[in-house]
Design a protein around this ligand. Structure first.
Ligand code: NAD
Ligand code: UFG
Length: 336
């Protein structure tokens, strides 16, 4: 059985669905700090398969041990963690405790139960601002500018150390680029608690009328239209990448770092135009000052995922816009 930590969150819920559809046995845990159990209720309906999920905090070792006692877990896909860059600057201790200490606790319990396979959610943020795109996995990391990014960098190093100490341990460290979109059913999707920090949920909430207009953070970057370029990837593609990654973790040992991106960059204004075109809606926007800490261009070299996992992203930017809108327009208040 595969344990999915943070399984109720945005990427976790889509990955649970993909695993169930691939016929895998799945258990999920989440402390619901940034999600609602309703997401997994809907996953069960979409997959037409019940599966166990429970409320547990990563940092609660007793609760984790109970989960490992109840289920025969051979691999963990580890999503659970806090992810807001700005909040991490205000609350570094919470981020180091949740993300770093929580993962250390999880790894200790895995060791005690002889579970030696992990797929870990890292982020393109570990590349920092010093590397040119397309970003390849062998580029130097560690020059990150915020505590959230540092937790990802530290956890990559910790997992490499665990692999070095135990030759049977397998860790696949997936560096995600910018996950967007939703399952094509429109039943599950991204449900930010407050005003969204990220571009696509912000655009969706403007389009649905919850927010009045988008602030485009800077149009004086060194890019063709002056706005920031990112590698947006459909969350269902990302989820299928995890199905491949956990299969891969079963047949190899050691630490492997793999980008999950499309290899294509899209600017803020291109994404706004694609959203309007794909959905026939208007997204009013105004140019605002740059957001501190943003880089001009960030996109993946996606060759290693294709070579090692046999995975490439299939969905276009228009698909991402259509499915984000489908979810948002059917669920204007998210899971509430
Ligand atoms: P999310 O917040 O939707 O999901 C994370 C889940 O983990 C939530 O359901 C939350 O309740 C749970 N959680 C948090 N702390 C926990 C704890 N201590 N114990 C148990 N559960 C806990 O976020 P997401 O977008 O699905 O991201 C999943 C992972 O991918 C995170 O580790 C994130 O840092 C990483 N990531 C996300 C992005 C992105 O843009 N969404 C990009 C790169 C990496
Ligand atoms: N942007 C706007 N207006 C907004 C929000 C974003 O113009 O309201 C712009 C940003 O300046 C950037 C682009 O849209 O150019 C994408 O911004 P996001 O906040 O959606 O994504 P980021 O690339 O800044 O951050 C994401 C994740 C981080 C992760 C980082 C690096 O949210 O967790 O990718 O991989 F660390």
């Amino acid at each position: 059985m595969i344990l999915v930590t943070g399984g109720c969150g945005y990427i976790g819920s889509h990955t649970c669905l993909a695993l169930l559809r691939a016929g895998e046995e799945v258990a999920a845990l989440d402390n619901y700090s940034n999600s609602k159990p309703e997401a997994l209720v809907r996953v069960q309906k979409l997959a037409n398969r019940p599966f166990p999920f429970e409320e547990a905090d990563l940092r609660d070792e007793t609760a984790l041990r109970r989960v490992f006692e109840q289920h025969q877990i051979h691999a963990v896909i580890h999503f659970a963690g806090l992810k807001a860059v700005g909040e991490s600057v205000q609350k570094p201790l919470e981020y180091y405790d949740n993300n770093v200490a929580g993962t250390v606790t999880l790894c200790r319990v895995m060791r005690d139960f002889g579970c030696k396979r992990m797929v870990f959610s890292s982020s393109a943020t570990v590349y920092g601002s010093g590397n040119p795109s397309p970003l390849t996995e062998d580029m130097p990391t560690g020059q990150v500018t915020n505590p959230y990014g540092r937790t990802k960098y530290m956890l990559e190093e910790i997992l490499k150390d665990i692999c070095a100490a135990d030759p049977e341990f397998s860790a696949v460290l997936l560096r995600y680029f910018n996950p967007v979109g939703a399952d094509e059913s429109g039943q599950i999707g991204e449900d930010p608690r407050d005003i969204p920090n990220n571009l696509m949920p912000y655009i969706s909430q403007v389009a649905v009328g919850r927010l009045s207009r988008l602030a485009v953070f800077g149009n004086d970057y060194d890019t063709p239209d002056g706005t920031g370029i990112r590698d947006y990837i459909h969350v269902s593609d990302l989820a299928s990448g995890h199905v491949k990654a956990v299969e891969y973790a079963n047949r190899q040992t050691g630490a492997r770092i793999i980008n999950l991106g499309t290899g294509r960059g899209t600017s803020v204004l291109e994404l706004v135009a694609a959203f309007e075109r794909a959905n026939g809606v208007k997204v009013p926007y105004a140019i605002s000052p740059r957001r501190p800490g943003d880089v001009d261009v960030c996109y993946a070299n996606a060759d290693k995922a294709r070579r090692i996992l046999g995975w490439t992203a299939q969905m276009s930017v228009d698909d991402m816009c259509r499915d984000s809108w489908h979810w948002q327009s059917q669920n204007p208040e998210g899971y509430r």
